[in-house]
Design a binder for this molecule. Structure first.
Ligand code: AHR
Length: 524
């Protein structure tokens, strides 16, 4: 969102008159800013960068000798783009790859090549290791969410990695880190205790995983003096369920409820992709497929609600967060790309998927404390795609940028009758919306019009807040399947939207299949 002032009187944006045509459906929305809810944890806008396809190599890391402009090997164009997203954390090195990763091979001068057996058996040079990842995270202004190897590693290996990264003492590992170029301890904001232990992370039962997880939680200690407690404390995230595996959540939470002093977790993960069929490509779909994909993605609401209800039983004080640390669309790999690269385009439909999921996480802000979209660059529902020296921003990128005011904003209840958009047998709400008071004091609304055929007029009545004016932007597109290409990289780009705002009301018209974010500035 570009910065904007509110010098104008209450009625603004007169230049862009609203077209209140009789045929345009209208939804009345009520917002009660006097009843603020929980804080929407900024970590719901987290990202994920796995050693997979061109996600890390090429997408982030080109090496210091590349002709692609870079800083210490990390490409500058990607850093500039990602910086604007104010990314709270980046999950790394996997994914499945985390459970075959041995960190010592990725530090120091002599790095042996290994095989990435999770993703196509490709050669892994280990050129991008701990120091390069931390440098990248620093360059984009984010924080590290490191996943340790539980599947094929040992607690000692994880403990050593943590000591290497975080100690300020002259231990053997502390001295090794300094000799490798980093004197000060790194900050590890979040620690993943394995990944998908029920699948690629070791094919364990929930009980087997709990047995392992307790030991890893016990021994993987953060020694950074700046992370001793408070809001700097490293969060430990246990492997949670695959989609609707409620029994897994039950087992992990039951174990946590009986824990002893020597181990703890701060979160349980949930993985759920919007996975239509891997035979379907990301582009070239019709309205029936558009609607059915949005229906599929809305399953997230049921998943989060049911897992949260189980967590409530064991943790009524909500000490353990639900971290949806893998989500997003998963289509057939683009023609011409290797099958294991998980490279796909991202359309306006993906932008709506992003907004709908972020809205679900925000509505469950009392329990959902983090989420990581899969994945950041060149993999699945990416923010950024690269081709040699070229880079483009996807429609999903724009949604993440538009949502930055919701980071650590306070959720505000909103009521409306969403209406219905129908496509064949599929019925969807016409509108999906959230509201929050941002750290900047503004009242922020996100409004998604799911109907690809009609605009939608919004008549918002606000209680407990007096607006001095409003501004916003909308991400719409000619077609629901529009996307950016390296030849036309700005085809789908947010544009300013006209909002008619008086003290306690705001009126605007949402284009078909669009995501709109507006900010109401408080009257002085
Ligand atoms: O994001 C791609 C893969 O999907 C991850 O490596 C794995 O955790 C999940 O199955």
């Amino acid at each position: 969102m570009r910065p904007f002032g509110f010098a104008a009187p209450l009625v603004i944006a007169a230049a862009m008159a609203l077209s209140a045509q009789a045929a345009t459906p209208e939804i009345a929305v009520t917002i009660d800013a006097a009843k603020p809810g929980p804080v929407i944890n900024r970590n719901i806008l987290g990202q994920f960068a796995e050693h997979l396809g061109r996600g890390v190599y090429e997408g982030v890391w080109v090496g210091p000798d590349s002709k692609i402009p870079n800083t210490r090997g990390v490409r500058n164009d990607v850093v500039t783009a990602l910086k604007a997203l104010k990314i709270p954390n980046v999950r790394w090195p996997g994914g499945c790859y985390a459970d075959e990763y041995h960190w010592k091979k990725g530090v120091g001068k002599d790095r042996p090549a290994t095989i990435n057996s999770s993703w196509g058996g490709v050669l892994e040079t280990n050129a991008f290791g701990t120091h390069e990842f931390m440098d990248f995270v620093d360059q984009i202004g984010s924080e590290a969410y490191v996943s340790v190897n539980v599947g094929s590693g040992a607690p000692q290996e994880a403990a050593d990695w943590l000591e290497y990264m975080t100690t300020d003492q002259p231990t053997e590992l502390g001295k090794l880190r300094a000799a490798n170029g980093r004197d000060k301890p790194y900050k590890v904001a979040m620690l993943g205790l394995g990944n998908e232990a029920w699948g690629c992370g070791g094919s364990m039962t929930a009980a087997e995983y709990v047995h392992e997880m307790r030991r890893f939680s016990n021994f993987a200690k953060n020694y950074n003096p700046a992370q001793k407690g408070g809001d700097q404390k490293m969060l430990k995230i246990a492997v949670g369920p695959d989609r609707d595996d409620y029994a897994w959540t039950e087992t992990v939470m039951q174990a946590w409820s009986k824990k002893v002093w020597s181990w703890d977790i701060d979160g349980v993960s949930l993985h759920s992709y919007t996975w239509p069929k891997t035979s379907e490509q990301a582009t070239g779909f019709d309205e029936a497929k558009y609607a059915s994909l949005l229906k599929t993605t809305l399953w997230m609401e049921e998943l989060v609600s049911k897992h949260a209800a189980i967590m409530d039983k064991y943790d009524p004080e909500k000490k353990v967060g639900l971290f949806v640390d893998e989500w997003g669309t998963w289509f057939k790999v683009e023609d011409g790309a290797p099958g294991s690269s998980l490279y796909q385009q991202s359309t306006q439909r993906d932008a709506l998927v992003a907004a709908l999921n972020l809205n679900i996480f925000a509505r469950h802000a009392d329990r959902v404390k983090g989420a990581n979209v899969a994945q950041m660059v060149n993999v699945l529902q990416a923010m950024v795609l690269t081709q040699g020296e070229k880079m483009l921003l996807t429609p999903t990128y724009h949604v993440f940028r538009m949502y930055t005011p919701f980071q650590d904003a306070r959720f505000v209840p909103m009521t409306y009758d969403a209406g219905t958009y129908k496509a064949g047998d599929v019925s969807l709400p016409r509108l999906d919306a959230i509201a929050a008071v941002g750290k900047d004091g503004k009242l922020w609304l996100s409004l998604t019009n799911l109907d690809p055929n009609q605009p939608l007029r919004i008549d918002a009545a606000v209680a407990g807040y007096v607006a001095a004016g409003a501004k916003g932007e909308t991400l719409s597109a000619d077609q629901m399947g529009s996307f950016n290409t390296f030849e036309a990289p700005t085809r789908v780009t947010p544009k300013p939207i006209a909002v008619k705002a008086s003290g306690k009301s705001a009126v605007l018209e949402l284009p078909p299949h669009s995501v709109t974010v507006i900010g109401l500035a408080p009257a002085k």
